[in-house]
Every structure is written in structure tokens, then in C-alpha cells.
Design a protein. Structure first.
Length: 216
């Protein structure tokens, strides 16, 4: 059997295994839908999101790491475009709830701002670069068979527990803005949207300039 036939045979086996796995996943989704439709939705959307991440190699670590290591800002610009699109989408959803007098979803996630934000972000940034993946990238690579990321997953859980245990101390001693910042409260919905898109656009332009500078 030549190399071409071996590749075809391997592809056929992988395709058959993929179909079987897909059927099993859909059976689980149908089972969940009968008892908890929202869980079935999370199951399907999680699978879809994981598939998109794996096929696109979309990684937040690369967005922050590549400009410094390789000079490439392709992934960085991809993340900025994604942030711009989600900014528009989330603003539309939240504004709908606002004008209809309903409770705006996600408002509980507007957290206070303090030194814990700076320290936590720095530690997490260093950790994800050393580990070679953020939370989503780590789970994606575990699914691909990279067992080394099981160590990263353990550290992720341990760090999360330590952070939760120490959060109260940081909140009591090094808090800057207790109620957090919600831009529509300061600039209105249209103003907040324009400001955020302008910041994202500025970062996008800087990313292009940075890559052009590295190529010289």
C-alpha cells in the first residue's frame, strides 16, 4: 500500500469514527432535551464553540503573545474584530432590556475595580503564556490529546480556589472603584458604544503598525 492509499485509509477510519462520535453526542443532546432543554442548549452550543475554536486555532494567548514573540498580529486583530462584533451585539440586547424596563442581563457581573484586577490579570497573563493556552485553549488541547495540559487544568482549579479565598481581603484593602464602571451610565448607550468601538479601532490600527514595524 503506497502513501496515498494509507492516507485515504486513515481518513476513512477517522471519518467513520467521527460519524459515530457525532451520533453519540446528538443522542446525549436528545436525552438532555427531554429533561432539561437549557442543558441541552449548553451541550450543543459548547460542542459547536469547541469545534470552531479547534478548527480556527483561535487563541487569546496567541493574541497577546505573538506580537512580542513573532511580530505577527493576525490573531490579535481577529480578537479585536470579535470584540467589536460582540460589543455591538451585547449592546443591542442590553439596550432592548433597558428600554422595555426589564432587568438588564449580566449586570451582576460588573465587578469592583482594584489592585486585585491588576495583580490577577498579570499573574493569569504570565501563567497562560507559560502554559501555552488560556482556559478555552487548554480545554481544546486536552480534547486533542495533549495530556500535559491536565497539569495546567489542575493549576487552573487551584488558582481559582486560592483567588476566591483571598478576594475578600483584596476587596477590603485595595479597592479603587467599589461599584465598577458601566459606560452607558457615564456616556449614554450610544456614547458608550462609540467610545468602545473607537478604542478597539485604535488598538486594531496600532496592531497593524506594530506588524509593519517588525517586518522592516
Amino acid at each position: 500500500m503506497n502513501l496515498g492509499d494509507q492516507k485515504k485509509d486513515q481518513f476513512a477510519k477517522q471519518f467513520s469514527a467521527g460519524l459515530v462520535l457525532f451520533a453519540m453526542l446528538m443522542m446525549v443532546a436528545i436525552f438532555l432535551f427531554q429533561y432539561a432543554p437549557i442543558i441541552a442548549f449548553f451541550w450543543i452550543s459548547g460542542l459547536a464553540f469547541g469545534y470552531i475554536l479547534q478548527r480556527s486555532r483561535f487563541c487569546f494567548v496567541a493574541a497577546l503573545r505573538d506580537p512580542a514573540l513573532t511580530g505577527s498580529t493576525a490573531v490579535t486583530r481577529g480578537v479585536l474584530v470579535a470584540l467589536a462584533l460582540t460589543t455591538i451585539g451585547f449592546t443591542a440586547v442590553k439596550y432592548f432590556y433597558h428600554v422595555t424596563g426589564q432587568t438588564i442581563p449580566g449586570q451582576n457581573y460588573i465587578q469592583s475595580i482594584g489592585m486585585n484586577t491588576v495583580v490577577g490579570g498579570t499573574i493569569f497573563g504570565i501563567g497562560m503564556v507559560i502554559a501555552g493556552g488560556c482556559a478555552s485553549g487548554m480545554l481544546m488541547r486536552i480534547g486533542e490529546g495533549f495530556k500535559i495540559h491536565l497539569i495546567t487544568l489542575s493549576g487552573f482549579f487551584i488558582g481559582t480556589m486560592l483567588g476566591n479565598n483571598h478576594l475578600e481581603w483584596w476587596s477590603n484593602h485595595l479597592l479603587w472603584i467599589k461599584d465598577g464602571v458601566f459606560l452607558p451610565d457615564l456616556f449614554g448607550w450610544v456614547g458608550a458604544l462609540i467610545i468602545q468601538l473607537m478604542v478597539i479601532g485604535l488598538l486594531y490600527r496600532l496592531a497593524i503598525k506594530w506588524e509593519e514595524k517588525q517586518e522592516l
